[in-house]
Write a protein that binds this ligand. Sequence first.
Ligand code: CP
Length: 308
Amino acid sequence: MRSLSSLSNLSSHDFHSILDFSFYFKQKINKNGYLPQAEQVLQHQKLISLFFENSTRTLLSFKNAIELLGGQVDQFNLDSSSLKKGESFEDTISTFKALRYKGVIIRTGDQSLVREMAEMDILPFINAGSSCHAHPSQALLDLMSLQENNCGKNICIIGDIKHSRVAKSLFRLLPVFGFKIHLYSPNKWLDKDCQDFTIIQNKNELKEMDVLYCLRIQKERQEKDNMDSNWYFENYGITQKDLLPHQWIMHPGPINRMLDIHPNILELPNCLINNQVENGIFARMGILQWIYYEKNEFYSQSSQSAYC
Ligand code: CP
């Protein structure tokens, strides 16, 4: 059974398969608006999204991806669920299986739940963001945007790296595709995972980059911090004066305007933020295809022939 708990145990071949599927779906859906039935690997299948943390982009793009692949998804309501009556996480997942769900999309601030799902190994699951640890589908959609816009290979990740699950997944994925990662952050937000990458000390050095990848400050994962917002924006926030015309801007969203980025940036043609959101649908279709195509119990010859 295949799942996507993080990118660390995937091979370069796996990454290329997911990307190939993702670009294939984007091209097909941009042309037709839908996927022919013979290629809908999730037809008559139901998945469930189990989100312990808030989301707009990830939750909705997985829903769109599942539906475009012919499936359906239920959103688990934590407040009205039996978890509130003391049911264990393990029993909840077993209940999903008994109810014939074919997979779980999970977002959680508790990394141990992702490990527990992997150990149970009774349903395919996709990690849709776990604590400060991993956000594999975000990194894959980011790679799609970098590739389709032919961005250069020097990318600087800016801001709260220590608490960013997006940064941790980008650390694993981008070097495989030849990107050189640089980091620009207050020292307190550089952790042991940063040691393999070049640290930028001065904002002026950002001019040497091809791509500026801004992060949101993850206030929900930090001890109370007295950091001055004006100081942060002055030193680490990106404004038009920090940018050269050829440089690309990315951000996983949601954005804190006037903290990590100036709103004028969003209007620039080289701002890829909406392109990233759009690619979220196709990258997640690619991931679902990678999980369910070939490897699963409802694999069919008709869907196989569509990709030969
Ligand atoms: N980038 C991202 O994970 O956004 P959401 O929290 O809106 O899903």
